[in-house]
Ligand binder design. Structure first.
Ligand code: AMP
Ligand code: ZN
Length: 466
């Protein structure tokens, strides 16, 4: 395996070498669970799912440990619980379950661990105590803050200096901060918010420390890969790194590579020329989208561009995705009687993914395999079918029965109508009402449905678009 990944810290593509090939670790920052996930939130999930699958292929399923957290302590969760008059965990349980189901519809494997801040509170407090003890944090007015001036490597990941951060700071910096860039590790809870006892007074953790503690508890340092959207580079990942390194190695500096060995960040998904975000209100929810289009087509649409580039979301993108999958499933359907002669992915396909997850090139290789499956010699067809199925599987595609794919293209209304028409046609035929049977066949044709009669009854499928 010669995997190269673009590392945000190195600002370059680097050969991927895990600390221990028998225990490869990856952590990706997940959503705050107070609402349905939008398709932008699904982009890191699907991108890092491809990487998870690729790592499993290279190192073995059991050797890869993938933790993707959910943030279940947050102001927005509290607000939602208050608005509905229910306990906070009613909200978080509900949206974690919906989130997991929606992401499964997009073909994302369940991560090995799904840690939650509320279940990591002891580790969070222990890490804060260590930071205070090592001189990397200070308590002030019921808060504990990270002392950015005590850590010389602060800013290395995002390429910022403490001077830049003073210039960029708003005037209303809290009076208890020694430096405007100092950030909260612990803070008092507001009335009605969840609260935990602590040595620094009752309160709740800051967002960044939650991830550092979950990483240490679920995986241990250093992890091989840390991922998330590129909005998280600063301040979230910069702060995670600072805390994690100070707590584990002291604050002297020189340990930036000992927290995460590779930092990967996906580009943003934009909608209507702005980034898709709940606060802007321009969201398309995964939950709604998968009712209108197969999850596999949505997954395809999320992977057509390179993960680091911005992705412009549109209905057209899903239509194109559906057509691409029609093409591949069509080739598999026509080759139903070809027996695959391999179950390994195609070398060129693998090489594309190993080049910093070049999914667009990997998809081009899938089309090349589909062509070989249609036009090759019998040996080539047998190899192409095996490679197409195995490559598709590695990327999370092409695992449905081709017939089911084409029927899945029909929505529920269409399915009901088709079934009713087929029943009426059988009736017309048994009554020898040929003109009526023909009229029904024409109607089915107009719906793009092909009926296959057999001794045991009629089956149907959608025709491929020409
Ligand atoms: P959030 O719930 O906003 O904290 O986001 C959860 C994950 O989704 C993080 O990794 C974000 O970086 C990522 N994310 C949020 N919005 C988008 C977007 N429009 N495009 C790509 N990634 C996003
Ligand atoms: Zn995080």
């Amino acid at each position: 395996m010669s995997l190269n990944l673009y590392d945000t810290m190195a600002r370059a593509k680097r050969p991927f070498v895990p600390a221990d090939p028998k225990r490869v670790t990856m952590y990706v920052c997940g959503p705050t669970v107070y609402n349905y996930a939008h398709i932008g939130n699904a982009r890191p999930v699907v991108v890092f799912d491809v990487l998870f699958r690729l790592l499993r292929h290279a190192y073995g399923d059991e050797a890869v440990l993938y933790a993707a957290n959910v943030t279940d302590v947050d102001d927005k969760i509290n607000a939602k619980a208050q608005a509905e008059g229910v306990a906070i965990d009613v909200i978080t349980e509900r949206y974690i379950e919906i989130y997991n189901r929606d992401m499964a519809t997009l073909g994302a494997l369940r991560p090995t661990f799904q840690p939650r801040a509320t279940q990591t509170m002891d580790a969070i407090q222990a890490m804060i105590a260590t930071l205070v003890q090592k001189g990397g944090a200070y308590a002030a007015e019921g808060h504990v803050l990270f002392d950015t001036q005590a850590y010389p490597d602060y800013g290395k990941l995002s390429g910022r200096s403490l001077e830049d951060l003073i210039a960029g700071a708003r005037v209303d910096v809290a009076p208890y901060k020694r430096h405007p860039a100092d950030f909260v590790l612990w803070k008092p809870s507001k009335p009605g918010e969840p609260v935990w006892e602590s040595p620094w007074g009752p309160g709740r953790p800051g967002w960044h420390i939650e991830c550092s503690a979950m990483i240490e508890q679920a995986l241990g340092l250093p992890i091989d890969i840390h991922g998330g959207g590129n909005d998280l580079i600063f301040p979230h990942h910069e702060n995670e790194l600072a805390q994690g390194v100070c707590a584990a190695h002291g604050c002297e500096g020189g340990h930036t590579g000992d927290y995460a060995r590779y930092w990967l960040h996906n580009g943003f998904l934009n909608f209507g020329s702005e980034k898709m975000s709940k606060s802007l209100g321009n969201v398309v929810l995964v939950h709604d989208l998968v009712k209108q289009a197969p999850g596999e087509a949505v997954r395809w649409a999320l992977l057509v561009g390179h993960y680091r580039a911005p992705l412009e979301w549109s209905g057209e993108l899903i239509e194109q995705a559906r057509k691409s999958l029609d093409r591949l499933y069509g080739a598999l359907r026509r080759a139903a009687d070809v027996t695959p002669s391999t179950d390994a992915p195609a070398p060129k396909f693998l090489a594309a993914l190993e080049d910093d997850l070049n999914t667009a090139q990997a998809m081009a290789e899938l089309f090349a395999l589909a062509s070989a499956l249609e036009t090759g010699s019998p040996e080539e067809k047998a190899r192409a079918k095996g490679e197409l199925l195995a490559s598709g599987r590695l990327m999370g595609f092409l695992q449905s029965d081709p017939e089911a794919w084409f029927q899945g293209g029909a929505d529920e209304d269409l399915k009901t109508r088709v079934e009713a028409l087929i029943a009426a046609r059988i009736e017309a035929r048994s009554a020898k009402d040929w003109p009526r049977a023909d009229a029904i066949r024409d109607e089915l044709n107009a719906l793009n449905v092909e009926v296959m009669d057999s001794a045991t009854g009629a089956t149907w499928r959608l025709k491929e678009p020409s």
